[in-house]
Ligand binder design. Structure first.
Ligand code: GDP
Length: 214
């Protein structure tokens, strides 16, 4: 580990020492908070482990709640912490579309408009269940992110559920699957929220994004 990695890990810990809280749920663009801080957003198929990951990140069990019921209103959920230079944004879960052409509607017009027009959105973490790898819906979402020119970084969840060899193959398959996607950040993070694995690295990644944009 380099000195830089160590300092970023420390910066990540410091960033997430704070007490995070719900700022607001945004059902339409007009309710977005002012674009006065950078933000990172979390996206993934319903049940991917998004709430668990956000809660592990902030070390607060009940902050993000599973909300990905089919048909639920699509909302962007903003979290803030006093003195923190960024917002965390919980995006609606996707994956309930019945047919491929439903994809955008299923994820919501709000989300696509948000991705296209939010200058302070620094990165989307695209959560992928380690047992399932990239699904066609994830690739459709990747296309939307490419089109919106928002950098997105794959984050594998639930890695405790597969063995290390399988994990390496899944990471390779994701790298392969996203190779031709212009906005994909070419480093897959691996996490197991329930065991706290990979969470420090995710915090460090977010701290590095903050440092870059400062
Ligand atoms: P969301 O719908 O994407 O917000 O997913 P949740 O965070 O609610 O997680 C869905 C299910 O996966 C729950 O039963 C969690 O306990 C489980 N889960 C989430 N993260 C992990 C993990 O890292 N390891 C394991 N084994 N289970 C997890």
């Amino acid at each position: 580990m380099t000195e830089l990695d160590k300092s970023m890990l420390a910066a990540g810990e410091k960033l997430f020492e704070r007490r995070w809280q719900l700022l607001k749920s945004v059902p339409a663009l007009e309710f977005l908070p002012p674009a006065s801080r950078i933000e990172v957003a979390f996206a993934g198929r319903s049940n991917v482990g998004k709430s668990s990951l956000i809660n592990a990140l902030v070390r607060q069990g009940g902050l993000a709640r599973t909300s990905n019921t089919p048909g639920r209103t699509q909302e962007l959920v903003y979290f803030e912490a006093e003195g923190a230079p960024l917002y965390l944004v919980d995006m609606p879960g996707y994956g309930f579309a019945k047919a491929p052409h439903d994809k955008v509607q299923s994820w919501g017009e709000l989300v696509t408009d948000y991705l296209r027009g939010r200058p302070t959105l620094a990165r989307v973490f695209l959560l992928i269940d380690a047992r399932h790898g990239l699904k066609p819906t994830d690739l459709q979402i990747a296309d939307i992110l490419d089109e919106a020119a928002v950098t997105y970084q794959p984050v594998l969840t639930k890695t405790d559920k597969i063995d290390p060899r399988e994990l390496a193959a899944t990471v390779q398959a994701i790298n392969e699957g996203l190779k031709t996607h212009p906005a994909a950040f070419p480093l897959v993070l691996t996490t197991a929220a329930t065991k706290g694995e990979g969470i420090a690295e995710l915090r460090a990644t977010i701290a590095a994004i903050v440092a870059e944009r400062a």
